[in-house]
Design a protein around this ligand. Structure first.
Ligand code: AMP
Length: 286
C-alpha cells in the first residue's frame, strides 16, 4: 500500500490510474479505523479495481470547542489496518496542504444540512461537503462508499453529487455495531467504563422502536419518540440533542410512519462525548 500526502501527488496518481483504465473506489474517513471503516473498504474493493482511503481530520467541519484537537490519531496503526484489508492507496494530507493560507470557498447544501446535526453543529455540513468535493477532485473516483451511520451526511453528499454533476456513484453501507449493540465510532474511544451503560441507551432506544415497528402495533411517531427519550434519560449522564423520526429522503419530520421513516438520534454523554445512531423503521402504512 502506498501512502500519499499531498493533493498534487494524489491527483497525479488518480489521473494515471484512470488513464490505465482502472475503476477507482474511494472511502473518505477521519481515521482511527474500526470495523465500520473496514467494512466500507471491503465494499469499495468489491466494487472497484483500485481503492483509495482518505484519512483527514477536517478542521473545517469542527466548531470551536469541539474535539478537533483530541480526535484519536495514529497513522501507523491505521496504515497497518488498511494495508491488511488490501487498500491500494492511503491518502493522508496535512491541513495546510488541503486549505493553504487563502482558502475562500464553501459548498453549502441547502435544506438537508440545516436540521438535526446541522442545527446542533452549525457549519458542520458545509465543512463536510467542501472537503468531500475537494477529495473527489483529488482522487477522481468512479464510486465512493459512505456509512449509513452518518445518515444525514450521506443524504447531504448524495444531494451535492446530484446538484454539482459529479460523475460518481455514491454507495451507502450499513452500520457496523459492537456485540453490545453500540454503533462503532472512533469517538467511542472517549467513553469511560462508567459511561458505557449510558452510551448503550441509544441502541436500546433503537431496538425499542424496531420492536414496536415489527410487532405492527399501532403507535404514533410521538409515542415512540417519547418512549426512546425515557430510555435515554434514565441515565443522568445523557443529554439528548435530538430524537427524530424523519423521511429518509427529505429528512423532514414524519407525521405518520411510512416505508421511508428513519429514526435518528444524537446524544451527549456527560456533555463530552457526542454519539449518533439511526435505523430505518420501514413502517408500512396501513
Ligand atoms: P469517520 O471516520 O467517522 O468520519 O467515518 C468515515 C466513514 O465511515 C463515514 O462514511 C462513516 O459513516 C463511516 N462509518 C463510521 N462508523 C461506522 C459504522 N459503525 N458502520 C459503518 N460505517 C461507519
Amino acid at each position: 500500500m502506498e501512502v500519499v500526502t499531498t493533493p498534487a501527488a494524489m491527483q497525479e496518481q488518480a489521473i494515471a490510474l484512470r488513464a490505465a483504465g482502472q475503476k477507482i473506489g474511494l472511502v473518505p474517513t477521519m481515521g482511527w479505523f474500526h470495523e465500520g471503516h473496514l467494512s466500507l473498504m471491503r465494499k469499495a474493493m468489491e466494487e472497484a479495481d483500485r481503492v483509495i482511503v482518505t484519512l483527514f481530520v477536517n478542521p473545517m467541519q469542527f466548531a470551536v470547542g469541539e474535539d478537533l484537537d483530541k480526535y484519536p490519531h495514529d497513522l501507523d496503526r491505521d496504515c497497518a489496518l488498511a494495508e491488511k484489508e488490501g487498500v491500494d492507496i492511503l491518502y493522508a494530507p496535512a491541513a495546510k496542504d488541503m486549505y493553504g493560507t487563502d482558502f475562500k470557498t464553501v459548498i453549502h447544501v441547502g435544506g438537508l444540512s440545516s436540521g438535526l446535526c446541522g442545527a446542533d453543529r452549525p457549519g458542520h455540513f458545509d465543512g463536510v461537503t467542501t472537503v468531500v468535493a475537494k477529495l473527489f477532485h483529488q482522487t477522481l473516483p468512479h464510486l465512493a462508499v459512505f456509512g449509513e451511520k452518518d445518515f444525514q451526511q450521506l443524504a447531504v453528499i448524495r444531494q451535492m453529487v446530484t446538484d454539482l454533476d459529479f460523475p460518481i456513484e455514491i454507495i451507502g453501507h450499513p452500520i457496523v455495531r459492537e456485540k453490545s449493540g453500540l454503533a462503532m465510532s472512533s469517538r467511542n474511544s472517549y467513553l469511560q467504563h462508567d459511561e458505557m451503560a449510558a452510551a448503550l441507551s441509544l441502541s436500546q432506544g433503537i431496538e425499542y422502536a424496531k420492536d414496536i415497528s415489527a410487532s405492527g402495533a399501532v403507535a404514533s411517531v410521538e409515542h415512540i419518540k417519547e418512549g426512546i427519550r425515557k430510555i435515554i434519560l434514565k441515565h443522568p449522564q445523557c443529554a439528548i440533542d435530538y430524537v427524530e423520526i424523519v423521511d429518509a429522503l427529505t429528512l423532514k419530520p414524519s407525521v405518520v410512519f411510512s416505508q421511508n421513516s428513519v429514526l435518528l438520534l444524537a446524544v451527549k454523554i456527560n456533555q463530552r462525548v457526542r454519539l449518533i445512531d439511526n435505523t430505518l423503521l420501514g413502517y408500512s402504512e396501513k
